[in-house]
Design a protein around this ligand. Structure first.
Ligand SMILES: Nc1ncnc2c1ncn2[C@@H]1O[C@H](COP(=O)(O)OP(=O)(O)OP(=O)(O)O)[C@@H](O)[C@H]1O
Ligand SMILES: [Mg+2]
Length: 323
């Protein structure tokens, strides 16, 4: 084992070429800090599930390497310390929800009394206590996903991999899911989520990696990835005297009826506008900040000419060209 670092996953140039020549990953390098909520985003077929399957040793990489929890990628010893909700997870439908969790505990060598205690707690955590003793066969899609998340946590994992966890989950369930993700992070776990539902992740995620056609297009904290500055809107009551309008414009404010707007990444810039408004006895009724959404960011990267040219330029191999 190698010494453990602040990163639970470190990848360098990870490649995957499936049998038949499909290049699903074309060299992915990234680091996942311990204790963060990490979002792996990308359109259908980008390679998200492939990457998670490599990390969880379900498939082997073709090239590159790295470590997870100090073990080389592909080393099964790390599996005891991670949890996984696979894509399109299917559990034996003759088992009850409780039995699915107990079965996962058995596979992970969790002791009998611990299993009993944890199963009860996890069923509660995912809101499935009442349906715990019904067979999976009779569960809705969202109920199956909830049990899937619970079974991924039964070994008290340091990293939880969730591949499209909110697939089929209703709006209330999605809100519960966001709260649950925050709770897992507060417990010190690293949560790694694959998704293409961006709005879901935006309010909770610490870092994102955006991939398309097996390539990393961007990685980092949302604020650092944003290419546009946030827009602040200072709402006021009444009319502004014309001298004040001139002063605010000179400070960089754009005046509209009822609000002054400013595009800036420094919150200090808007304090000047607030000071000028207050000095003129203007009542401020609200302040809003609107940042570039994750969806805008995503579309900007995935639709960029550089990324699109990969699929049309004959000089660059595309994932569909057999090697
Ligand atoms: N077992 C396999 N054999 C051959 N090709 C595969 C296999 N699994 C995935 N692929 C291909 O690898 C590429 C990446 O697939 P992957 O499932 O990793 O994408 P994804 O980002 O998870 O997509 P989605 O959002 O649809 O789940 C796709 O082109 C897919 O067709
Ligand atoms: Mg997938």
């Amino acid at each position: 084992m190698m010494p453990e670092s602040d990163y639970v996953v470190e990848l360098e140039g990870v490649r995957k070429v499936y049998r038949g020549g499909i290049e699903a990953l074309a060299g992915i390098s990234l680091k996942v800090p311990r204790g963060c909520l990490y979002g792996l985003l990308g359109p259908n077929g980008a390679g998200k599930s492939t990457l998670v399957k490599i990390l969880t040793t379900l498939i082997r990489r073709t090239g590159g390497g790295g470590t997870m929890l100090g073990c080389p990628i592909g080393d099964r010893r790390a599996l005891q310390r991670i949890g996984l909700l696979p894509e399109h997870a299917r559990f034996p439908d003759y088992l009850t929800g409780r039995q699915v969790i107990e079965f996962a505990a058995g596979l992970q060598d969790v002791g009998v009394s611990e299993t009993r205690e944890r199963t009860g707690r996890l069923l509660d955590l995912v809101g499935m206590s009442r349906a715990a003793d019904r067979k999976v066969r009779g569960y809705s899609k969202g109920m199956k996903q909830r049990i899937g998340i619970a079974q991924a946590l039964v070994n008290d994992p340091e990293i939880v991999f969730l591949d499209e966890p909110t697939d089929g989950v209703d709006p209330a369930g999605r809100r519960d899911f966001r709260l649950l993700m925050k709770q897992l992070r507060e417990e010190g776990r690293t949560v790694f989520i694959n998704t293409h539902i961006l709005s879901e992740l935006e309010p909770i995620v610490d870092r994102v990696a955006i991939i398309s056609q097996g390539r990393l297009l961007g990685e980092g904290q949302l604020d650092d990835l944003r290419t546009e500055k946030p827009v602040y809107r200072i709402e006021f009551e009444g009319q502004l005297p014309s001298e004040l309008v001139a002063v605010l414009q000179a400070e960089g404010g754009e005046i509209s009826p009822g609000f002054v707007a400013m595009e800036t990444s420094r919150v200090g810039d808007i304090q000047v506008l607030i000071d000028r408004l207050r000095a003129a006895q203007i009542v401020i009724s609200g302040i809003q900040r609107k940042a570039q959404s994750l969806e805008d960011l995503f579309m900007g990267l995935v639709d960029s000419p550089v990324n699109r040219s990969r699929s049309s330029s004959p000089s660059v191999p595309t994932p569909s060209i057999p090697k």
